[in-house]
Design a protein around this ligand. Structure first.
Ligand code: ADP
Ligand code: MG
Length: 319
């Protein structure tokens, strides 16, 4: 019914093949009366699949009216969330399909691809090694831009939800993305960083640690002026490391500890910052104290940073 209404209203003139059938949605290729190609994403109304999506919505201030008992309202909200998140990416200049039209649980958006053939996912695009290395840097920056400029954590970022269209990386599938103030935003961000790192490492790219990537994304001291230097410092840091293409997740012990650690979102979630400060000043190990980057503080918490954490670390190495 929704598709018929869209057809009648001229959103599209013709609906062609299926691009993808997924657990949660089907994507179709369509053309509008002007002959332009569209992607039509139809969210599935089955209750079972959407049940475990609660974790993304509960706690998002934009979706307080989320109604668990009504699956139709629920999927409608998912479609609406995707539209709003795509619009945010678009507004910030992040490459993502332009949302065009939403009706109930059906979203029409810009089609990535041409001649009815969808752009490949990053995992299928077969990028040559040099382009792959470059793509890693672009993904690192994209994670930060989404967080800082769009105020979004993708929350399902991987080689499956990035398309390579006209040799550029495009972000898709953002219905589950959350704002930084979502109670689990940092867990999702950490997972995104982990998945991106794992994928590129398996492709033979020298990657950052998950913590370095996370800290770069949230560091308030990175500005438009020092961004290029910071990126250079980070990529040099990564390039100086041996590449481990094993599929094992990030193997360094410090990273493994960090992956389990609690990262406070607000200062009142920090149990005892005076004690943390004293420990760091006394030169004790910093394990367990992970909010310096986020809070814009120096690694030893001796004061506020004017430089991005990555640049401070690079300078220490030189000096
Ligand atoms: P889900 O993973 O929830 O099923 P996605 O939004 O990831 O939904 O879309 C599924 C697949 O459909 C993608 O992997 C991609 O191949 C294709 N796809 C999605 N959006 C577009 C688009 N705008 N243009 C071309 N292909 C698309
Ligand atoms: Mg997907």
């Amino acid at each position: 019914m929704v598709l018929f209404k869209m057809l009648n209203r001229g959103v599209f003139a013709e609906i062609n093949g299926v691009v993808s059938t997924g657990k949660e949605a089907n994507v179709y290729h369509a053309t509008n009366p002007a002959g332009e190609e569209l992607a039509i994403k139809v969210y599935k109304t089955s209750i079972l699949v959407f049940k475990d999506r609660d974790r993304y919505v509960v706690g998002d201030s934009r979706f307080q009216r989320y109604c668990k008992s009504n699956p139709r309202k629920m999927v409608k909200m998912w479609a609406e969330k995707e539209l709003r998140n795509l619009a945010r990416l678009h507004a910030a200049g992040v490459r993502a399909p332009q949302p065009l039209q939403l009706r109930m649980h059906v979203l029409a958006m810009q089609f990535l691809g041409s001649g009815g053939v969808a752009a490949p996912r990053l995992r299928d695009a077969g990028l040559p090694p040099a382009r792959m290395r470059q793509a890693y840097g672009e993904m690192v920056l994209l994670i930060r831009t989404m967080y800082q400029k769009c105020r979004l954590v993708h929350a399902d970022l991987s080689e499956y939800n990035v398309l390579v269209h006209q040799n550029e990386l495009w972000i898709i599938d953002v219905s589950q993305s959350v704002e930084p103030d979502h109670p689990r935003a940092f867990d999702f961000l950490r997972e995104d960083c982990l998945h991106v790192n794992d994928y590129f490492r398996r492709q033979g790219v020298a990657t950052l640690t998950v913590k370095e990537l996370f800290d770069f994304a949230v560091d308030p001291a990175v500005t438009d002026d020092n961004l290029d230097d910071t990126m250079d410092a980070l990529m040099q840091l990564a390039a100086g490391r041996p590449i481990d293409t094993s599929s094992a997740p990030d193997s360094s012990v410090a990273d493994a500890v960090w992956a389990q650690a609690f990262i406070p979102k607000k200062l009142d979630e920090v149990a005892n910052h005076e004690r943390d400060h004293a420990r760091l000043q006394a030169g004790e190990p910093v394990e367990g104290i992970y909010y310096q980057a986020l809070a814009g503080m120096k690694a030893d918490m001796s004061g506020a940073r004017t430089l991005p954490l990555a640049l401070e670390i690079a300078e220490e190495k030189v000096g």
